[in-house]
Design a protein around this ligand. Sequence first.
Ligand code: NAD
Ligand code: G3P
Length: 340
Amino acid sequence: MEKVSVIGAGSWGTAIAFVLAENGHDCLLWARRTEQSAEINNKHTNDSYLPSISLPDNLKATSDLEAVARHGDTVIIAVPTKAIREVCAELNRMELGLKLVVHVSKGIEPDSLKRISEMITEELSPSKMKAVVALSGPSHAEEVVLHHPTTVTAASTNIEAAEKVQDLFMNNYFRVYTNPDIVGVEIGAALKNVIALAAGVSDGLGYGDNAKAALITRGLAEISRLGVKMGASPLTFSGLTGLGDLIVTCTSVHSRNWKAGNLLGKGHSLEEVVSGMGMVIEGVRTAKAAHQLAARHDVSMPLTEALYSVLFEDVPPKQAVDQLMNRMKRQEIEDLFGTK
Ligand SMILES: NC(=O)c1ccc[n+]([C@@H]2O[C@H](COP(=O)([O-])OP(=O)(O)OC[C@H]3O[C@@H](n4cnc5c(N)ncnc54)[C@H](O)[C@@H]3O)[C@@H](O)[C@H]2O)c1
Ligand SMILES: O=P(O)(O)OC[C@H](O)CO
C-alpha cells in the first residue's frame, strides 16, 4: 500500500481520495478550510460537496498544504483549472522530494492556451516532478462514491507513470486504462464541457433528443478537428476521454456544465448561473480558450462559437441555434478532419 496525497477536497478530489482509501492506500487529503478537514476526520463526511456519503475511516484530511504535499510519493492535484498555477507555485516553494504528479482537472487556460499538464510543467521545477499524468474520463463524483462502475484513462508520455496510476486506482468499480496521448486526453476533457453547456442550453430551450444527438456527434467532430491540429491522435477522441466524457457530461443530471447551460437556455443570466452553482463550471472559462484556439489553429468550431456568443456576446440562445442551423451546407465526413 502506498502513501498518496490529494490536493483539493471538492467533489472530485474527495471522490478520488475515497477510491484510494478504499483501495487501502494511506491517503491524505488537503481541504482549504479547517472546518472541512475537521468534518472529514471527525464525521467522515464532506457534506457541502458529497451530501449523505460516508467516507472511509482511513481517509484523513488536513488544511496544511505542505504536510499533504510531503506525505505521498504520488501527489494528485484536484482543483479547478484556474487554481492550478497558484497551487503548483505554492508546491514549488516547498522542500519536497521527487513526486509523481497526477492531475484530474478538465480545462484549458485562456490567453496562454496551455493544457493543464503544460501549466504544471511550467510551474513545478523538474527536481520536484518525476512525471505528469492526466487522469480523466466519464466520471461523476456522485456515482463513484456509490461504487457505480466507472472507467477512466491515465494519460502520460511516460507510460510507466501512467501504469503506476492505473495500479493505484484499479478496483472492482473503478477501471483505469492507459493512453500515451496526453494531448488528446486533455483536449477532449476540456472541450467536452463547452459542448455540455450547449447541450444544457438546448434542453433549456425545450429541444429534444435529436438536438442532443446532433450536439454530441458534431461536437465530437469539432473537438477532434482541433485536437488533431494540435497533435493529438484522432483515435483518442473515440475513447473514454472523448466520446465517453462527452456523452456523460451532455446527458447526466449530475453535470454542473449541463445544469449551467440548462439555466442559460431557460433565460437566466451567466452571472446568476455562476454565482448560484457553488461549484466550478469549467466550460465557461474553457469556452474562451476554445474560441481563441479555433482562431489560432484556423479550425471551424461552429458549436463552440455559438456557445461563446451566448456566454460572452449576449446573443440570445434561440438566435444562436437559428444561426447554426442556417449555416452553409456541408458534407459530413469530409468535414471531420478537414481544416475548415
Ligand atoms: N466533480 C466531478 O465529478 C469531476 C469529475 C472529473 C473531473 N472533475 C474536474 O476536477 C476539477 C475539480 O472539480 P471539483 O468537481 O472537485 O470542483 P469543486 O467546485 O467541487 O471543488 C473545487 C475544490 O478546489 C478548491 N479550490 C478552488 N479554488 C482554489 C484555489 N484558488 N486554490 C486552492 N484550492 C481551490 C475548492 O476549495 C474546492 O475544494 C475540475 O477541473 C473538474 O472539471 C470533476
Ligand atoms: O459536473 P461536470 O459538468 O463538471 O462534469 C464532471 C466530469 O467531468 C464528468 O466526467
